[in-house]
Design a protein around this ligand. Structure first.
Ligand SMILES: [Zn+2]
Length: 364
């Protein structure tokens, strides 16, 4: 059944923003669970739909199983699932329709026990573009919560992701005074000021590799100039320039420190203005949390030795972390997400399903 559900889900080309196909896939999921004793709710924010299934009439179930239905673009080929050598290939098979297939199967297998369980399933459709209208909306506006969330959208081969960096996107605007390029002393170059600002920022200790002990694995604060523009014509001193910075930071405290630092350097430079355009929390999961611990133990009973690690990428897990909901981010054996060769190992997937089921049953 698991493979069948998964194959069907891959065939829906639920590329983010394809609202119609996404709606069709959500409807298919709803139809699959039609006869089960659960509460089903659909939400929509700025066109993006989410589906919530709960076993009790509540917005705060004990356990939430979360997943996103949207996928990134790919050739027509990747939407035709193929099984080869114990692996299932296709767009979204690992990122992360396999989880949705597990959740549907779980609801069916636990059918008679559902009224006793306090379980929620959250399926959103905008993770690949930031999750603002999905998980963010459901947690921060609709006020959904849980004691623990399972969001198997990171890591590989049973690595437990306990940390990932936060994101800050900052627009830096620099204003100067124009003059003819042959007489630069009469003007003030906005480009020079901007470059100067960037150099000072990058030289700060907060962005130094040595700031964190795991610097060798690049787990420190970073800043990248993602975009830069300025100047009108070659023979003129520019009076305006701007850059957009992509800053990744390790801890919540860093965010405040970084903003203060940006302001301090900007003030010193004068004529530099900074504006925060996007920010996202870092993920922190405590391995000693009772649910996390239990998940690790159940995996061990199934012969899986879970090791924790961190990731440089980001996912909807950050919204749960921001709301102080412990979030279990772990995946079975698979890989190639966002590539033409996305796959999941079917034996490992079935084991994942068993661990998930035991975890849910143990908490009822
Ligand atoms: Zn994903």
């Amino acid at each position: 059944m698991l493979e069948e559900y998964l194959i069907k889900l891959i065939k829906f080309k639920t590329i983010t923003k394809d609202l119609q196909t996404t709606e069709e896939a959500l409807q298919w999921i709803e139809d699959k669970i039609e006869d089960l004793p659960v509460y089903v709710k659909r939400y929509e924010k700025n066109g993006f739909q989410s589906l919530i299934i709960t076993t009790q009439k509540t917005k705060t179930p004990e356990i939430v199983l979360a997943a996103h239905l949207d996928v990134v673009k790919g050739s027509d080929n990747v939407f035709r699932p193929v099984i080869n050598d114990g692996k299932l290939y296709g767009r979204g098979v690992f990122d992360m329709k396999y989880a949705i297939a597990c959740y549907i199967k779980l609801l069916h297998e636990l059918k008679s026990e559902l009224p006793k369980l306090d379980l929620g399933i959250m399926i959103t459709t905008d993770e690949e573009i930031g999750g603002t209208n999905g998980v963010n909306y459901l947690l921060n506006e609709e006020k959904y919560s849980a004691d623990v969330c399972v969001l198997p959208d990171g890591g590989k081969n049973w690595e437990l992701i306990t940390e990932s960096k936060g994101i800050l996107q900052i627009k830096v605007k620099s204003v100067g005074k124009s003059a003819h390029g042959s007489k630069p002393w009469l003007g003030e170059s906005a480009i020079d000021n901007l470059l100067d600002f960037m150099q000072k920022l990058k030289a700060e200790e907060l962005f130094d590799e040595s700031y964190y002990s795991r610097a060798l694995e690049h787990y420190y604060n970073t800043v990248n100039i993602g975009k830069i523009s300025g100047g009108e014509v070659v023979n003129q001193v520019s009076d305006y320039a701007e850059a957009v910075l992509d800053i990744r930071f390790v801890s919540k405290e860093n965010e405040v420190d970084i903003i203060n630092l940006l302001k301090k350097i900007a003030n010193k430079a004068g004529k530099i203005e900074i504006e925060k355009t996007i920010s996202g929390y870092p993920l922190k999961t405590d391995e000693n949390n009772v649910y996390v611990n239990q998940f690790i133990k159940i995996a061990a009973q199934n012969g899986i030795d879970i090791k924790s690690t961190f990731t440089h990428g980001s996912s909807d897990a950050r919204y749960f972390s921001e709301n102080r909901i412990p979030v279990i981010v772990i995946r079975p054996d698979g890989g190639g997400h966002h590539s033409e060769e996305e796959w999941v190992d079917l034996a490992s997937l079935n084991k994942f399903y068993q661990v998930l089921k035991m975890f849910v049953v143990n908490n009822s």
